[in-house]
Design a protein around this ligand. Structure first.
Ligand code: ASP
Length: 345
C-alpha cells in the first residue's frame, strides 16, 4: 500500500552515489546533497514529504567509524516520532557493517531504516543510484493493510532486492548486484511492483518504545585462518591484551588446524577469558563444530558458534553486546542467541 501522507528522512553520509570526479586528482569525491536531489527529480513525484539530513563531513565509507553509527542511531531516535521511515545513503564498501551495527543498536524498531547507495555516481547516465534511491524511499514509506510499516527492520535495498541488514555482505565490487544475503531470502524484490515477503519480515513484539544501544566496545579482532598461519600471528591476535573477543574465520563448517600449538593457543586465550566466536569463511552455510574432529576440538577449547552469521554481523553484535556489559559470561550467553534475525537456529 502506498502511503500518501508519509514523511521520510533521507540521511546522506557519503559514498559513490553522491561522488563526482575531482577535476585535479581525477578521483571520486563526495559532493553536496542538493545535487543528488537535482539528479533525481522522480523523488518529487512521491506524494509525501522527504526531508534531508546531511552528515558533515561526507565520507567515503571506507572511513566509517563506530562513532558514526552512534550518531546515526541517535539521529534516528531524535527524529523517530516525526517520520514514517528513514533512508540512509551510504557507501557500499562498509554498508553491510553499518547496517549490521544499526540492526543491533536499534531495539524495538517499529519503522523502516533502509540503507542504499550505488556503484556508479548519480550524475552518470547509467547510474544505479536513481533506481536504488527511489525504491528505497518507496519501501521506507510502505504500509501494510493494517496501516503499520511494512518493513520495520534495518535493511539494505540494492539492485532490486531488499535484504536484512544484519544478513548482508558485499560480494561484488564491480557489478550492480553488489550485495548478497547468502543465508536468508530477500525481504522484498522490486520488479514492476515491489513484492514483499511478509512472512519473513520481523516486527517488534508488543508496543515497546525504541531503545538505542549507543555504547559500543570495539575491542574485537578477526583472525582469518589460512594454511601457513604462524604461531606468532595467532598468539598476537588471540591473546592480545587489547582484545575482549576474537572472531575466528574458519574453514568450511567451522574447522581450523588441529595442530597442538594452535589448539594450545585457543585454550590459552579462552583461559584468559577471551570470547572466541567461530564464523565460517564460506560465503554461505553454517558453522557446525560437531561435524569434524577439528571443529569439535575448537568447541572443547571454549569457542562459541557463530552459526550462519556474516563476519560483519558478528563484529557488530559483539560491539553492541560488549558495550552493554563488562561481564564476559553475559555476552557469551547472548552471542549464541538469535536477537535480530541475524542467525538461523
Ligand atoms: N568507496 C565507496 C564507498 O564505500 C564505494 C561505494 O560507495 O560504492 O564510499
Amino acid at each position: 500500500m502506498r502511503n500518501q501522507g508519509a514523511s521520510i528522512l533521507l540521511i546522506y553520509t557519503g559514498g559513490t552515489i553522491g561522488m563526482k570526479h575531482d577535476p585535479v586528482s581525477g578521483a571520486l569525491k563526495p559532493f553536496d546533497f542538493g545535487q543528488i536531489l537535482d539528479e533525481v527529480p522522480e523523488l518529487g513525484k512521491f506524494a509525501f514529504r522527504i526531508d534531508a539530513y546531511t552528515f558533515d563531513p561526507l565520507i567515503d565509507s571506507s572511513d566509517v567509524e563506530p562513532a558514526m553509527w552512534v550518531d546515526l542511531a541517535r539521529l534516528i531516535r531524535s527524529r523517530y516520532d516525526s517520520y514514517d521511515g528513514f533512508v540512509i545513503l551510504h557507501g557500499t564498501d562498509t554498508m553491510a557493517f553499518s547496517a549490521s551495527a544499526l540492526s543491533f543498536m536499534l531495539e524495538n524498531l517499529g519503522k523502516p531504516v533502509v540503507f542504499t547507495g550505488s556503484q556508479l555516481p548519480i550524475g552518470i547516465p547509467r547510474t544505479d543510484g536513481k533506481e536504488n534511491l527511489v525504491s528505497a524511499v518507496e519501501i521506507a514509506s510502505a504500509k501494510g493493510s493494517d496501516g503499520s510499516p511494512r518493513v520495520p527492520e534495518v535493511s539494505i535495498f540494492f539492485d532490486s532486492k531488499l535484504i536484512r541488514g544484519c544478513r548482508a555482505t558485499k560480494t561484488d565490487s564491480s557489478s550492480f548486484s553488489a550485495f548478497r544475503s547468502p543465508n536468508f531470502p530477500p525481504l522484498a524484490e522490486a520488479g514492476i511492483s515491489i513484492r514483499y515477503n511478509d512472512a519473513l519480515i520481523r516486527r517488534p513484539s508488543g508496543d515497546l518504545p525504541l531503545a538505542i544501544h549507543d555504547r559500543l566496545d570495539t575491542r574485537v579482532s578477526i583472525l582469518k585462518i589460512h594454511p601457513g598461519i604462524t604461531p606468532q600471528v595467532v598468539r598476537d591476535i588471540l591473546c592480545g591484551s587489547q582484545t575482549r573477543a576474537v572472531i575466528l574465520e574458519t574453514y568450511g563448517s567451522g574447522n581450523a588446524p588441529s595442530k597442538p600449538w594452535f589448539l594450545d593457543l585457543v585454550r590459552e586465550a579462552s583461559g584468559m577469558g577471551k570470547i572466541l566466536l567461530n564464523v565460517t569463511q564460506c560465503p554461505s552455510g553454517t558453522v557446525d563444530m560437531d561435524l569434524y574432529a577439528t571443529g569439535k576440538a575448537l568447541k572443547e577449547a571454549g569457542v562459541l558458534s557463530g552459526f550462519d552469521s556474516t563476519t560483519e554481523s558478528a563484529l557488530a553484535k559483539l560491539f553492541v553486546l560488549m558495550g552493554g556489559t563488562s561481564s564476559q559470561a553475559e555476552v557469551k550467553s547472548l552471542l549464541e542467541a538469535d536477537i535480530r534475525g541475524e542467525i538461523s537456529k
